[in-house]
Design a protein around this ligand. Sequence first.
Ligand code: GLN
Length: 299
Amino acid sequence: MNKILDKIVQNNIENITLGKKASYIPALANVPDGIGIAVRDSHGVYTSGDAERMFTFQSMSKIVLLMLALKDNGFDYVFNHVGLEPSGDSFNAISNLDFNQAIKPYNPFINAGAILTTSMIKGETYDEKLKKIIDLSSCIFGRSNITFNDEVYVSERESANRNRALAYLLKEKELLTGNVEEILDLYFRACSLEVNCIDLANLGHFLAFNKDACGVKGDHLRIIKTLMLTCGMYDYSGEFAVRIGLPSKSGVSGGIVSCAPRRMGIGVFSPRLDEKGNSILGVRMMEELNKELELNIFR
Ligand code: GLN
């Protein structure tokens, strides 16, 4: 496995400057170039490249936020407020939340849906809710030293006009209840949680088996994997499913968490993105790994 991962990194490293880093969150544009991959299977963890480099969780945190929303409220409540359908629009689209119609966000993996699932996390105080995010991440990653990137957090909080607009629109539609600014803050915190490829491989491995663990129900893991396959790669989800065929979730920091059901978890990272917001080399590495190991669930 180590040889395969090394080969995949070597095949791609020369293109490390292809694409653009996310810049709508100013601090993300300053991240150095890099490339990393990690796989976790029942035998252990395998890595290559910058697999231990920390980057921010961004949209991949939407998985943890959904786990907590489902745990605290159950399937019916969550999906009465947010849909189960792919959107085909960009991840921060506002158009489907039409001003005159009471339409729920398409799914929990676009920003509008994730801001809603964040609002469903129960707790007396902000700190109690944040602790739930930290504790679940810690249990899944198998480490207790969870940290946040404050620069990215502040940068996003101060530039998030679109997410703020989405959240207030959800509030106006009475889909979202509670203090909007506090909910947004919790969402930005979750996005700024620091992870590396090994953490993502552990998350993928956690998802790979529908077993109750860390207080999350196995049946919820099945639902989350299905949504990852249909909605996890923004408006590239359909093509990614055809080309790679694995439940995956990407983030604008350049990470992708992926899961080969009942086999392994995978984490890849490279900060430069294509126009849809997916890591260019991350997608390429996933394609190569898929071919090497025949992972596609539809093969
Ligand atoms: N924090 C980012 C946002 O809300 C996450 C988006 C992403 O990774 N696609 O815009």
